[in-house]
Design a protein around this ligand. Structure first.
Ligand code: XMP
Length: 490
């Protein structure tokens, strides 16, 4: 018989199928250390990464992730120049300087200024020309003197020649000195071409919070990664991202165990030996080994576990995520290459299980899409606030350029592998991460693990039944007050 079909009847499991056994502990959750690695040369202060999705990670998310100790991966559903600009904004970010502030043009009216100030609760707006050059600044105080909303802002703004400005780059101490010396409240920051780069306000500078947990490079700048795919513009995209100062390339595809992804990893390693390359996605030992052999510095694991994914039902392909992590871990640990578990995380308990199974970090889409910092749009539905969240293989995302992730570049018609939806609004990234890391620390405390290595060593998974899953969630109670870390919808 020449039938080569192989059937693996081994049972493969995912997060809900298992629990971790509690162990004797001398470790309090508050004492555990959750430092980890994103790739061979990029460390993390928390083992959490944001997904390269157009409703999850642009520069605001990447800044928030890095400020809290993780890292964001800027999505690639935008032209290479724009993606590189997002990277630059993260690298230029300082907690005390607003990069890319809201602006108005010379044609704007007092009414426009009032609207912008009201909508974003800001009190000063730089005025720029079509080339981004600074022309003046209008403040809340200036508009008191305007009689009509239709009057042009230029009539009331402080013009460029009378403005005190700072030149980028600038240190915190230099900014403080200028503000003190001139007793001003707003300090526009420009480059050598007179183009606006940022805006410093006295309030931000003098009330600065400590960001000691931030994930920074050796020059003290926030770290950021960017997605890249093996599509036609990939060499140019790589060059622009490199020039923008990206810390890691993430070769972001639905099927990493493939020739074109292998080629992309080799190309990037050869041409940018000082930038780490994370590659994926894979879900088997062979897949992880293939990318490691090509030179990957980090492996992203997950075929079809994501909350917006339809790959498993459309293509009939995938591996339950917990088993996928365990399989890939064999290849990654042997070669000392970090593993990122990508997709399917709904609760902090899933993070504990993913790390215990061998992941060095988890990548989150759904849990971060509802935050203030995501680029998704607000939706109000039946009196509640939501934000849009869609798969990069959904029709909407593919039509806007995301098709190469799924091997459909150049096509006019697509076969989607994801859906478009919305998730509950969840507040700030900082608060969401606090709950997730808190849950992780609690889990480590139950196992007596004081760091992630010990968590892996001490972990003993037990398989549970459907009744066990039911018992694990709140039951026989009508929830009247939602917990910040428990979303019944899952
Ligand atoms: P969560 O569960 O956090 O998963 O929402 C996010 C991850 O899902 C992957 N992703 C997709 N997978 N079709 C897929 O099969 C899609 O349209 C899609 N979009 C994103 C991706 O790995 C992400 O990090």
């Amino acid at each position: 018989m020449d039938n080569k079909v192989e059937v693996h009847l081994k049972e493969l499991l995912t997060f809900d199928d298992v629990l971790l056994l509690p162990k004797y502990s001398e470790v309090l959750p508050s004492e555990v250390i959750v430092k980890s690695r994103f790739s061979r040369n990029i460390s993390l202060n928390i083992p959490i990464v944001s997904s390269a999705m157009d409703t999850v990670t642009e520069y605001r998310m990447a800044v928030a992730m890095a400020l809290n100790g993780g890292i964001g991966v800027i999505h690639r559903n935008l032209p290479p120049e724009k993606q590189a600009e997002e990277v630059k904004k993260v690298k230029r970010f300082r907690a005390w300087m607003v990069i890319d502030p809201y602006t108005l043009t010379e044609k704007s009216t007092i009414g426009d200024a009032k609207n912008l100030m009201h909508t974003h609760n800001i009190s000063g707006i730089p005025i720029i020309d079509n080339n981004g050059k600074l022309k003046g600044i209008i403040t809340r105080r200036d508009i008191y003197y305007a009689e009509n909303d239709w009057e042009p802002v230029i009539r009331y703004m402080t013009p460029r020649e009378k403005l005190i400005v700072a030149y980028y780059p600038i240190t915190l101490e230099e900014a403080k000195d200028i503000l003190r010396k001139h007793r001003i409240e707003k300090l526009p920051v420009i480059n050598e071409r007179d183009e606006l780069v940022g805006l410093i306000t006295a309030k931000d500078v003098f009330n600065q919070e400590d960001d000691g947990d931030a994930n920074v490079d050796n020059l003290g700048r926030l770290r950021v990664a960017a997605a890249i795919g093996p599509s036609k513009d990939f060499e140019r995209r790589a060059e622009l991202l490199y020039e923008a100062g990206v810390d890691a390339f993430v070769v972001d595809t639905a099927h990493g165990h493939s020739k074109r992804v292998g080629y992309a990893v080799e190309y990037l390693k050869k041409n940018y030996p000082n930038v780490d390359v994370v590659a994926g996605n894979v879900a088997t030992y062979d897949g992880a080994m293939y990318l490691i052999d090509k030179g990957a510095d980090g492996i992203k694991v997950g075929v079809g576990p994501g909350s917006i994914c339809t790959t498993r039902v459309i293509a009939g392909v995938g591996v339950p995520q917990l088993s996928a992590i365990m399989e890939c871990y064999k290849a990654c640990s042997y070669n000392d290459v970090p593993l990122i578990a990508d997709g399917g995380i709904r609760y902090s308990g899933d993070i504990v299980k993913a790390l215990a199974a061998g992941a060095d970090a988890v990548m989150l889409g759904n849990l971060l899409a509802g935050t203030d910092e995501s680029p998704g749009e607000d939706i109000f539905y039946e009196g509640r606030r939501y934000k849009t969240y869609r798969g990069m293989g959904s029709l909407g995302a593919m039509l806007e350029g995301g098709s190469s992730r799924y091997g459909w570049d150049g096509s006019l018609k697509f076969v989607p592998e994801g859906v478009e939806g919305m998730v509950p609004y969840r507040g700030s990234v900082k608060d969401v991460l606090f709950q997730l890391v808190g849950g992780l620390k609690a889990g480590m405390g139950y196992l007596g693990a004081s760091n992630i290595k010990e968590l892996r060593e001490k972990a003993e998974f037990i398989k549970i039944t459907n009744a066990g899953i039911k018992e694990s969630h709140p039951h026989d109670v009508f929830i009247i007050k939602e917990a910040p870390n428990y979303n019944k919808g899952g």
